[in-house]
Write a protein that binds this ligand. Structure first.
Ligand code: GDP
Ligand code: CA
Length: 341
């Protein structure tokens, strides 16, 4: 599976449940977005991997939707008082334990893949988490700033901020001109990600943010090729229901890359695996199948026109059962496509 943080974790939990109920023996590997990662107070923070870790281990705060249950923020208050961390980003005390452990291991020479492997040893997750890459490719957002001088990275009149500042501090309210992943051209997929893709029967693309979660994973050089070369059948789930991002601010990201907030538009953006998307490179699209919401049934023929088999099913993950039903629908579509001659 390819997934981002909170939305991705809901779906992964549904897949894990469906596998437990109906497909014993199947193993699930999750390739998690690392574009939201950053350094803060000398610590490496990996929000999407942590959302996965906490959700799948039952440690996450279901009311707030992120972070750990029973969290306190005493250390964060001290860090803010010293001006080490900004007031708009709170690190919970329990959460800080994870970040300190991670950073200690990184400093001792472990790779991010080795770090997440050690972190998940503590809990019975029932799935295996992999960072999309072991390289740092933190996402930055370029925004207009009429007074700003030009730099190597940005044109005159533009400024760049870390994704976390744009997302958490500004709630994506400043229009993004484009996204820029530092160090992307030097990055390669993690070994765990490549092994999972090249050994898969089914590849599921979670209903995660198509730009800053899935888009970031797929932009890592070699990742799109590994997906198109995978022996697995690729089925994605729309994160857009009835023209709206279900939870969160994916519309602000889609707008920046010129894609409509629409279930069919996102499928067309991912493209059909059967068709070449970039003539120069010969890179094909990602999808064999795509699930849209029952409300979006009219999108089915539009998606199929693009060479992708589509189905309309309930897409709201309200609880574990609805998430597991959605997982079943995605797996069923993949199996149906695999059984075709
Ligand atoms: P983040 O990294 O925490 O922002 O989470 P993700 O990128 O994994 O997922 C965020 C996206 O999940 C949102 O933009 C929503 O469009 C989508 N999402 C959240 N809940 C649901 C749901 O119940 N059903 C569907 N289909 N999509 C959802
Ligand atoms: Ca995220």
């Amino acid at each position: 599976m390819l997934a981002g943080g909170v939305g991705g974790a809901r779906f992964v939990r549904g897949v894990r449940e469906e596998v437990r109920r109906h497909r014993p023996g199947a193993s699930v590997d999750v390739i998690v977005n690392t574009g939201d990662d950053w350094w803060l107070a000398g610590l490496r923070i990996t929000p999407d991997l942590d959302s996965m870790l906490y959700t799948l281990s039952g440690q996450n705060d279901e009311v707030r939707g992120w972070g750990r249950v029973g969290e306190s923020e005493r250390v964060s208050a001290e860090l803010q008082a010293y001006g080490v961390t900004p007031e708009w980003f709170t690190l919970g005390d329990l959460d800080l334990g994870t970040h300190i452990a991670r950073t200690a291991w990184l400093r001792a020479g472990a790779t991010p893949s080795e770090v997440i492997a050690r972190l998940q040893e503590r809990w019975e997750l029932g799935v295996t988490l992999h960072p999309a890459t072991d390289d740092e490719v933190d996402t930055h957002v370029v925004v207009a700033d009429p007074g700003a001088p030009g730099t190597d990275e940005n044109a005159e009149g533009e400024r760049e901020l870390h994704f976390q500042e744009w997302w958490t501090r500004h709630r994506a309210s400043i229009p993004a001109l484009r996204f820029h992943q530092h160090g992307l051209h030097r990055a390669i997929p993690s070994v765990g990600a490549l092994d999972a893709l090249l050994g898969a029967d089914i590849v599921l693309i979670a209903p995660s943010n198509p730009v800053v979660s899935i888009g970031t994973i797929v932009s890592i050089p070699g990742m799109a090729q590994a997906i198109t070369a995978s022996p697995g059948t690729v089925v994605g789930v729309s994160p857009i229901i009835a023209g709206a991002a279900v939870r969160g601010m994916a519309d602000a990201c889609l707008q920046a890359i010129g894609v409509a907030t629409d279930a069919a538009a996102v499928a067309q953006h991912y493209g059909a695996r059967s068709r070449v998307r970039h003539a120069a490179s010969g890179i094909r699209g990602l999808l064999d199948g795509w699930l849209v919401a029952s409300e979006d049934a009219a999108a089915v023929p539009v998606v199929e026109e693009a060479g992708i088999t589509a189905r309309a099913v309930p897409l709201w993950m309200r609880d574990l059962d609805t998430a597991a039903d959605l997982a079943r629908d995605a797996i069923d579509l993949a199996l149906e496509l695999r059984s075709r001659p």
